[in-house]
Design a protein around this ligand. Structure first.
Ligand SMILES: [Zn+2]
Length: 343
């Protein structure tokens, strides 16, 4: 499994100028050297399936780009053989900001449709789209879909709230795909979008959507059964990535190591978390491969809690190649750690 080594804050503040410079350089390489930028290490492998695209009527597949591997998996289920679906971010990357690479520009130049996570999560992708020069998928157009607008977001800030520092999640929590019910909404949005754009294939898209929803409904029963005895149990997370998962399975997010999304913890905040874990006998500290692991590991060690590092996106770890496998993986690891930890 590839490891993410880039600091995600690069995409958010001080690294902007550096990124833009690197981005321009890569773009220049693409344009002037005429390179094909299909490096699979960039997390851009299409996994497209064989077949012709009756939908576009040109014999070519519809070219779809999604921000995340989760969206790619869902979109492939809906679009089937009609489309080739590519993704900007790898499963082990921080979706709040990634480095621009030539392969991103190449795929966006060819894209017919773009599905964004929205809710502020992947605003960075709009810069990539602008640089690609592909006006067909520009924000606001019918071929650029902000899926977050169709989701009931958690943790929406109160009107007039002014957060300190420069936190993320300013529009609400954008990690919504970890509630499988939201995954059904994503599939429906993808289906209706593609059906409007390519009406000749509407029936195929609807079949893909219905098959996917059927599988999710069956998996939900399995997941709920496994997590039933964990209802009401408390967890500590590094980032606010697990709120939708916790809400769906009735877990309690007792604390977050980041005091606000994207803001590193102070020693005082860490000390408060350690006290809380000890006092409330919290048995699981949870983080993801893209976040610093030293601090949550230390908190777990000092308190005797289990420390889990779990991906929140498809392909973020071995054995998580589909959305259902990703959720199977999370449910297995979290339920098992909570059961071992007792009360
Ligand atoms: Zn986040």
């Amino acid at each position: 499994m590839r490891k993410n080594t880039e600091p995600f804050t690069m995409g958010l503040s001080t690294g902007v100028a550096y990124r833009l410079f690197g981005f321009a350089l890569l773009l220049a390489v693409c344009i002037f050297a005429g390179c094909r930028c299909d490096d699979p290490r960039n997390g851009t492998s299409a996994d497209g399936s064989a077949g012709s695209n009756a939908a576009s009527g040109s014999g070519k597949k519809i070219q779809i780009v999604t921000t995340s591997t989760d969206f790619r998996d869902i979109c492939k289920r809906v679009a089937g053989d009609s489309a080739e679906v590519k993704t900007l971010a790898r499963g082990d990357q921080n979706l709040h900001g990634i480095e621009a690479r030539p392969a991103h520009i190449t795929m966006l130049q060819k894209a017919d449709v773009y599905f964004a996570i929205g809710a502020g999560m992947d605003d960075w992708a709009n810069r990539f789209i602008k640089s690609s020069g592909n006006r067909k998928i520009k924000p606001g157009g019918k071929n650029h879909v902000d899926v977050g607008k169709h989701i009931s977001l958690l943790e929406k800030p109160a009107a007039g709230a002014r957060p300190s520092g420069k936190p993320l999640h300013l529009a609400g929590n954008p990690h919504y795909w970890l509630n499988p019910e939201n995954t059904v909404v994503i599939a429906k949005v993808m289906c209706s979008t593609l059906s409007k754009l390519y009406p000749d294939s509407k029936t195929d898209f609807e079949k893909g959507r219905d098959d996917f929803i059927k599988k999710i409904e069956a998996a939900k029963m399995r997941w709920k059964k496994k997590m039933r005895s964990c209802r009401g149990r408390k967890i500590i997370t590094y980032h606010k990535s697990w709120s939708y998962f916790a809400a769906f399975f009735s877990l309690v997010e007792a604390g977050v190591i980041e005091p606000q999304p994207g803001i590193p913890p102070s020693p005082a905040h860490i000390s408060t978390i350690i006290d809380k874990v000890k006092r409330e006998r919290i048995s699981v500290v949870l983080s993801e491969p893209c976040y610093p692991l030293k601090m949550p590991r230390m908190i777990a060690k000092q308190t005797g809690a289990a420390f889990l590092v779990l991906p929140t996106s498809v392909d973020g770890a071995d054995g998580t190649g589909t959305y259902i496998k990703l959720m199977d993986h999370a449910v297995d690891k979290i339920s098992s750690a909570l059961k071992k930890g007792g009360q």
